[in-house]
Structures are given as structure tokens and as C-alpha cells.
Design a protein around this ligand. Structure first.
Ligand code: FE2
Length: 316
């Protein structure tokens, strides 16, 4: 028989239970302590670059449907997740077909990679084309219809955040956003305005940040998510910095571009989804000959609200 190791520290104690539970509710209680209560080791968020998923989404042989960017296994997440609180997926919609979705989230950010079509959501219809960004309320049936050619979309939301709490999406009409459309030509005009006016060194890059009438006070796209179109002229490096939010990004244009993440070089690939882990020191580099463009979704709203964004420049 194995001899039990003597317990000499509270760190060695197994989870404790009530000695004489008088009810099922008392029997469910568990007790930890300062020695053993904080030793749950979660795997770090991987600095992953998804390239196979966009390849499949852009393959004409792929049928109408969703292709998730799922790192649940790597992060030991009990539910699908691209980062602990953010979910990204590609969608291919064949010409003349409709993709119906209903995500368990508070809102959904869509980027149109290729194709034209129409989305029907919450009693509204939006006609979209390449380069458009669309913000939709979560929790409601949304129909994406492609017209003319097959369409490929990038769709991001906060489903893992809801899954973590076993929470249901807001009821129809209660989501924190209405339908909002940011057409490609307006996005281009807004980016041009940013470059025309210029900025000081204390401003981290030249990103266009998406918000809406309903979220104007928070300056976010959703209470917990931020969305920004970041651009990087040829030959330019974005100052190394870090923050507590994760970044899940779509490379829209990035020939000759790479990121440095905690000293590791991560090369960009066309239409890749990249994950920049929270707290990592990162910088983005454009060694190509054209302006780089990437759409960044962060769970930054959570950190702004909790006053724990932890943004700082980390210059070498
Ligand atoms: Fe960043």
C-alpha cells in the first residue's frame, strides 16, 4: 500500500469539503487556500498565424459555410475560441446562395474580403462590396446572400466571452449595437484624413477606429470589443509596445510585412488571421513597397472598463 505524503503546507492540501453537509447545497462547497488556490496553469495564448483557414475559404471548391479559427485545444478552452474571449472565422458564400448564422454574442464584426451581396439582420438590409466593414447585433438570425460571384467574409465576435459565463446573447432589440455599415470608400476617405493631418510620436500608429452612434461615448465598436483599421506605409515600423488586450487581426494587404512578438518574427501571409498574445511586446514592420492594411479586433473594451489596459511603449 502506498503511504500518503504528510501534509506540511496548506499548498499540499487537496480541495476541502464540508465535514458534515446538511444539504446538497452545503455538499457542493469546496475550499481552497492561498497555497493551492492560484496554481491553475493555463496554457499561454499562442502567437498563431492562421493560413490554412483562409486558403480553404478562398478555394472555389469550398461550399457555403463557416471556417473557424479555433485554438481551443492549444488553450485548453472548453469552447471554440481564437483567443480566450474572441472568435474569428471565415465564411464562404457561393453566388446565389445564403449563409444563415445566429451567434451567441453581443455583436458581430464583418469584413468583406471578396464579392458583393446583401446581409439581412434585425429587420434591416445592407448591400455590401469588397472592403466594407459591417457591425451587426448578436443573437439574431443573420442571412448573408452572395450575388454575382462567390463571397468571402471574415466574421469576428465575442462568443467565447458568453460561453465562459454560460450566458445567452441579448434578446432581439437588446444588443448593444444596431446595424452599422462602414463602406470601403468611406473607410479610405477616413484613413486619408488621418494621414493628411498627421500625428505626434506619442500616438501609437495611424489606425482608424470604428465606433457608432450607440457606442460613441465608449469610442469602441462594442462594449467589450474594439475594431481598428491599421495601416503601415512602406519602410515603416510601428513602435514596439504592449497591452493587456489580445489582438486578433486580418491581414488585408501586407506583402513584405512581419510582426516581432516577444522577439519572435511572425511573417504575414495574404488574408491570414494573426493572434498577438496579451502582454506580449510587439511591433509591426513593413519592408514591402506598398501601404500595409490590417483590421485589428481586440477585447480592449473589457480592459478599458476595468481600468487595466496596461498600454506602454517598450522601445529597445
Ligand atoms: Fe498593439
Amino acid at each position: 500500500m502506498l503511504e500518503e505524503k504528510p501534509v506540511t503546507s496548506i499548498a499540499d492540501l487537496p480541495p476541502q469539503r464540508a465535514a458534515n453537509p446538511r444539504s446538497p447545497a452545503e455538499a457542493r462547497a469546496r475550499f481552497f487556500n492561498t497555497g493551492n488556490g492560484f496554481d491553475v496553469q493555463l496554457p499561454e495564448v499562442p502567437d498563431h498565424v492562421f493560413t490554412e483557414e483562409p486558403r480553404r475559404a478562398l478555394d472555389p471548391a469550398t461550399g457555403t459555410g463557416l471556417i473557424p479559427c479555433d485554438l481551443a485545444a492549444e488553450m485548453q478552452s472548453a469552447f471554440p475560441a481564437t483567443s480566450p474571449l474572441v472568435m474569428a472565422r471565415y465564411a464562404r458564400v457561393r453566388a446565389g446562395e445564403t449563409l444563415a448564422t445566429r451567434f451567441n454574442s453581443s455583436g458581430v464584426i464583418v469584413y468583406v474580403m471578396t464579392g458583393t451581396g446583401e446581409v439581412a439582420c434585425a429587420g434591416e438590409r445592407v448591400a455590401w462590396g469588397p472592403g466594407d466593414v459591417i457591425l451587426l447585433p448578436g443573437g439574431v438570425e443573420t442571412d448573408y446572400r452572395a450575388e454575382g460571384d462567390d463571397a468571402v467574409l471574415w466574421i469576428v465576435d465575442n462568443e467565447p466571452q458568453f460561453a465562459l459565463e454560460n450566458a445567452r446573447a441579448p434578446a432581439p432589440g437588446d444588443a448593444p449595437t444596431a446595424v452599422v455599415h462602414y463602406p470601403a470608400d468611406e473607410i479610405a476617405r477616413q484613413i486619408e484624413l488621418i494621414y493628411d493631418i498627421g500625428r505626434g510620436e506619442e500616438i501609437a500608429g495611424s489606425a482608424l477606429i470604428f465606433s457608432s452612434e450607440g457606442q460613441e461615448a465608449s469610442r469602441n465598436v462594442l462594449p467589450t470589443l474594439t475594431a481598428a483599421m491599421n495601416s503601415l506605409p512602406p519602410g515603416v515600423t510601428q513602435r514596439p509596445h504592449r497591452h493587456n488586450s489580445v489582438a486578433v487581426s486580418l491581414v488585408i494587404r501586407g506583402e513584405g510585412c512581419f510582426s516581432m512578438i516577444d522577439g519572435r518574427r511572425k511573417d504575414w501571409a495574404p488574408w491570414a488571421t494573426t493572434v498577438t498574445p496579451p502582454v506580449s511586446v510587439h511591433s509591426h514592420h513593413n519592408e514591402g513597397s506598398e501601404q500595409a492594411l490590417f483590421l485589428i479586433i481586440q477585447d480592449g473594451g473589457i480592459y478599458y472598463h476595468a481600468r487595466t489596459m496596461g498600454f506602454e511603449f517598450v522601445d529597445a
